[in-house]
Design a protein around this ligand. Structure first.
Ligand code: FAD
Length: 527
């Protein structure tokens, strides 16, 4: 093995046999936006975490520009506040064709779970904010430039071989390794799992411009088969254009175009898009997240969002296993829960690709005509206009109790987020109140009152807490007031209990008298 032959550690010392220099709970390979978000979530959960990147500083290529409310909620969970990176709220996405003019639009105005439905942003600014946030967590260490090249797994953990900038090799013991090393992931290749899917034939030129004085407030796809183009407004005076290139055409030709010549170009890049996912997201103690696990054409702006969903799903599971509050068997639910949703999103992105880049005028007439008609048929209209077609981030199988008759909340779905007010008048979003714990959320009741002291101990031992939600008009009771009736406190005159995981996925629910049974169910799921 090259590492042993070279026999040098990061400080440049030579040694015959490399020794294990340090130890961590989680080693994350790749400090891109997904790896760093995962590191921040691990930091919040007090996991000893080491995140490494082979590059000395972050990537500056023009990539993600749009995030949805789910992504913003996960960034909130990772401790990033709204002001930490600039954003532009996008109210609408429009699709235009040469034959029909505007043939479809999607409404993206408004808030869902406390966050705008769609924003545009500047990826390097977000990544910088995420990197800076890591300094808040003493248990998180960022090392760069350090390259991963091998993991050897045993019963107790992994020995990971890393190459430092000076060519020296360092060995780290980690309980778990996460490959967040992007689309060409070496970690994925070392796992020998497939990366099924397809690669597009065409290249796209991405042009980011600064100081654009012409105002532009919506995302627009010009779905002309001669030249499919996307135009996206950014925060400040930034705007992006994406142009499909024809075979044989090079970026330089396109950059001579009149529209582009007038722009103050900040950066450009040429990409070929992929629609692929790894066959498995976990192998033993190694996991894949973000582009290492799946890549999506960017037509619906979900590549990074999917990666953030991975991070939120995986972080707490690793923490519970490391703290011995759960059996390592729960880790297999990461793949079970994430992979089907990732694949559904990729299929939607491909479908959008058919609208954006039809192969010919005839194909354009057909698909754009169909979409135009669909937006006039009541049942189909909301699929497009209200984006109901977007796959919901809820699981069919996974780490939650099966639904049974009498349940009022959808197990495997995410609990809504709303504004809550404390008895002292402090107003917080509910995820802040629920924190990074399992929670028994008492709707109109205190779940503690329905547990014996032994059951309370059991609940605490598995990392559980309780929270009381009250209606606006409840007087003199301890708890958080559901300011906007997001949790429907009034719908439950005799109270209700909902159990949620640290990532806010609903695990079980029932009448207050079933609180002990709910605790037992969760104990069973974690065993
Ligand atoms: C043109 C374009 C537009 C896009 N638009 C959107 C959008 O609007 N919305 C959206 O959600 N997504 C979008 N995406 C997708 C999004 O950019 C990616 O999904 C996201 O950046 C991936 O982040 P990541 O952290 O998984 O991987 P990356 O950002 O690729 O990070 C991987 C890191 O791993 C490091 N690394 C690699 N190998 C090693 C190794 N052996 N050892 C150590 N470090 C290593 C790399 O240096 C890199 O820093 C777009 C993509 C493109 C190309």
């Amino acid at each position: 093995m090259a590492a042993q032959k070279n026999g040098k550690d990061c400080a440049g010392r030579r040694s015959k046999r490399m020794e294990v220099l340090s130890e961590t709970d989680v080693l994350i390979v790749g400090a891109g936006p997904v790896g760093v978000t995962l590191a921040a979530l691990c930091g919040r959960l007090n996991l000893r975490t080491c995140v490494i990147d082979k590059l000395p500083s972050m990537q500056m290529q023009p990539r993600a520009m749009a995030l949805d409310n789910e992504a913003l909620r996960i960034l909130q969970l990772a401790g990033l506040d709204e002001a930490s990176f600039s954003r532009f709220e996008v109210p609408q996405v429009r699709l235009r064709s040469t034959s029909f003019g505007q043939f479809a639009r999607m409404n993206t105005k408004g808030l869902v779970d406390g966050h705008p439905m769609l924003i545009s942003f500047f990826q390097p600014e977000l990544e910088l904010a995420l990197l800076e946030s890591l300094t808040r967590y003493p248990s998180v260490q960022l090392l760069r430039p350090v390259e991963w090249f091998e993991t050897i797994e045993d019963d107790e953990g992994c020995t990971v071989s890393l190459r430092c900038a000076d060519g020296g090799v360092r060995r780290v013991r980690a309980k778990f390794v996460v490959g967040a090393d992007g689309a060409s992931s070496l970690v994925r290749r070392s796992m020998n799992v497939g990366f099924k899917g397809s690669t597009y034939q065409e290249d796209w030129l991405v042009v980011d411009a600064l100081n654009v004085d012409k105002e532009f407030s919506h995302v627009e796809f010009s779905c002309d088969p001669q030249r499919p183009t996307a135009h996206i407004p950014g925060p400040g005076s930034r705007q992006r254009w994406e142009f499909m290139l024809h075979p044989g055409e090079i970026a330089e030709d396109m950059l001579k175009h009149e529209t582009i010549k007038k722009l103050q170009i900040e950066r450009t890049a040429v990409y070929r898009f992929h629609a692929r996912t790894a066959a498995v997201f976990q192998q033993g103690r190694t996991f894949l997240v973000g582009d290492a696990a799946h890549v999506s054409p960017p037509f619906i702006g979900q590549g990074l969002v999917s990666g953030l969903r991975d991070a939120a799903n995986l972080a707490w599971k690793l923490a519970w296993v490391v703290r011995a509050q759960a059996n390592s068997r729960i880790l297999s639910s990461y793949h079970t829960e994430r992979q089907p949703h990732v694949w559904a999103m990729i299929q939607l992105a491909k479908w959008m690709g058919i609208l954006v880049m039809p192969r010919s005028r005839w194909a354009a007439l057909l698909v754009h005509g169909f979409a135009k008609i669909a937006t006039r048929i009541p049942g189909l209209r909301s699929l497009i206009v209200d984006i109901k077609i977007k796959p919901k981030n809820r699981f069919r199988l996974g780490l939650f109790a099966p639904r049974r008759f009498g349940n009022r909340f959808e197990h495997g779905n995410h609990l809504v987020q709303g504004r809550l007010e404390s008895s002292t008048g402090e107003v917080l979003l509910s995820d802040e109140v629920l924190g990074h714990h399992f929670q028994l959320v008492g709707i109109g009741i205190d779940p503690q009152e329905y547990l014996t002291s032994i059951q309370r101990d059991v609940w605490e031992r598995i990392g559980g807490k309780t929270t009381v939600l009250l209606a606006r008009d409840s007087v003199g009771r301890a708890g958080w007031v559901d300011l906007d009736d997001s949790f429907g406190v009034r719908r439950f005159p005799h109270g209700w209990v909902v159990a949620v995981r640290p990532d806010k996925v609903i695990v079980a629910d029932g009448e207050p008298q079933r609180t002990d049974a709910i605790v037992q169910t969760i104990v069973g799921l974690l065993q």
